[in-house]
Ligand binder design. Structure first.
Ligand SMILES: *Cc1c(COP(=O)(O)O)cnc(C)c1O
Length: 516
């Protein structure tokens, strides 16, 4: 059996998009916050703050967020869409999708940058209100909102409750009447457009839990009088309900989208629907929300388009479609989450155990590797976190990248897999990346692009504590969410009652919660 040694050559096990790095010190700009760079000592710095200092002060794993980068991405979306749509409808309302990352401090930034904020639960709404977001700039989503969540939204006079079903039209309307108010409502419609990364598909029927279909139901089980689509019936119900102020319609067609075609087709279908509403009810609804889903770069393979480009393409389609339909252009809103927060953050880990395995063609499944007698090295580098701080590789098969962050990478690059410390073989942080072959215990690794859908999805699996989040701005790091401690792990445990009749029962440990 031939064993191919570790060498300065591309590995045949590497995915097609991963190239052997020519300069391992280089940071690919599209993956990182704008103020991250490698110092002359080889240590990564964010706005001048060394990651070695951050690790020493806050420990690892650590989410490191650039405040300046967050604010500038938020402002870029705000301004790019405003510019593109100004002549058509006076501008665009940008609602940051809080589900991608939310804590009180970040909600403050969103408020200060003049954006709106979308929430999808009572908990997210509570965070936004705690940060002083005015109700008028908040939205509430969800396919199964509770009466308590809806009531809270009505009492906070939310700018928009995005209603997801026919039952919810009645529920929101009735609750608003009970509170002596009118709820601001948008209807979430399913335009039959699904977009993801490099393609989109257009269908008439929707097979998913969200939203009201634009398609008329046909077939057995259709009740008499249900000849209109669920979307059309929801509009009729909402317009007739004294508790509802119907603002317009909404859609969200997917996530991690790089091209504007899907957004354009969805806009055309929804504008067509608004023209039908006008013809049937004599009402031109004032607002159209085109959702979020703008893609970011997780690896060198991804090429996101600038927000301004997508905004111009969308504005052009909205303008021409409205002209064809003789519609006044509705006020447009969008809901980016990932594209604002994703690239602002990297996760800092400390490496520990490493091992190198030899992989042959049969194990890899690659057609190019027919010769199973030749094996190739894959190096496993374990870090001190994993699926509890980044569930996306496990949930979605998501790819990330990583760099050696605490010193200059000098040894030859070897195809590596960064794995977590959980008791799951699927606990992968970065499936394929070239790292210097001497990467090992004590080295810091930084994984960029972890701002969205990582910390918010973090868990205590295997009783790991959830990591802190630090924000860096003006050359200073500041804790914005503290990490959990072992004490936090026991906070919700219900202590056993001491058996009072038992003189042998031990006295509680100092610091243990006292029983009443
Ligand atoms: C998740 C979600 C978003 C944000 O999606 P991103 O991919 O993070 O931009 C926006 N709107 C709705 C309704 C969502 O569910």
């Amino acid at each position: 059996m031939t064993v191919v040694p570790v060498s300065n050559e591309a590995s045949p096990l590497a995915p097609h998009w991963l190239s052997l790095p020519q300069d391992q010190s280089r940071l690919e700009p599209k993956l990182w916050a704008e103020d991250v760079e490698r110092g002359t000592d080889g240590v990564l710095r964010i706005d001048g703050v060394s990651v070695a200092d951050l690790a020493a002060e806050y420990g690892t794993p650590l989410f490191v967020m650039s405040e300046r980068d967050f604010r500038s991405r938020a402002a870029t979306f705000r301004d790019a869409f405003d510019d593109a749509f100004r002549d058509l409808c006076g501008g665009v309302d940008v609602f940051y999708a809080g589900k991608s990352f939310l804590c009180t401090e970040v909600a403050h930034w969103v408020r200060e940058e003049g954006l709106g904020l979308d929430t999808c639960s009572g908990g997210e709404l509570a965070v936004a209100l705690r940060a002083g977001m005015p109700g008028s700039r908040l939205g509430l989503h969800g396919n199964n909102k509770s009466a308590a969540e809806i009531t809270r939204a009505i009492d906070a006079d939310l700018g928009r409750i995005v209603v997801d079903s026919l039952q919810e039209v009645a529920l929101v309307g009735d609750l608003a009447v009970q509170r002596g108010r009118r709820a601001n409502v948008m209807l979430r419609l399913t335009p039959g457009v699904h977009a993801s990364t490099h393609e989109f598909i257009a269908t008439a029927h929707e097979d998913q839990k969200f939203g009201l279909s634009l398609t008329t139901e046909q077939g057995p089980g259709q009740a008499a009088g249900e000849d209109a689509s669920p979307a059309a019936r929801a509009v009729a119900d909402a317009l007739a309900h004294p508790g509802i102020n119907l603002l317009g319609v909404h859609c969200h067609i997917g996530s991690q989208i790089f091209e504007s075609e899907g957004f354009e087709l969805a806009a055309q279908r929804l504008l067509g629907f608004l023209a039908e509403v006008r013809d049937r009810h004599g009402v031109e609804l004032a607002e159209l929300d085109l959702g979020g889903g703008y893609g970011i770069a997780y690896t060198e393979e991804d090429e996101p388009r600038p927000a301004a480009e997508i905004a111009r393409a969308m504005a052009s389609v909205v303008g021409s479609t409205c002209r064809e339909l003789g519609l006044q252009v509705p006020r447009i809103s969008i809901e980016p989450g990932r594209a604002i927060v994703g690239p602002t953050t990297f996760t800092l880990y400390t490496a520990g155990t490493t091992k190198t395995v030899r992989v042959d063609a049969a194990a890899n499944g690659s057609e190019e590797l027919q010769d199973t007698s030749v094996t190739h090295p894959r190096r496993y580098v374990s870090v001190d976190g994993g699926m509890s701080d980044n569930a996306r590789p496990v949930l979605y098969g998501a790819d990330y990248s990583a760099v050696l962050a605490s010193r200059t990478p000098e040894a030859a690059p070897v195809l590596s897999r960064v794995v977590g410390k959980h008791c799951e073989s699927g606990d992968i942080v970065v499936r394929d990346v070239y790292l210097p072959e001497d990467t090992g215990a004590g080295d810091l690794l930084a994984v960029p692009g972890t701002g969205a859908y990582c910390w918010v999805l973090s868990s205590n699996y295997n009783y790991l504590t959830r990591p802190p989040v630090v924000a860096v701005a003006d050359g200073r790091a500041r804790l914005i969410v503290r990490g959990e401690t072992e004490e936090d792990l026991f906070r919700r445990d219900v202590e056993r009652e001491p058996a009072s009749h038992d003189p042998a029962s031990p006295t509680p440990e100092p610091g243990a919660p006292r029983t009443a």
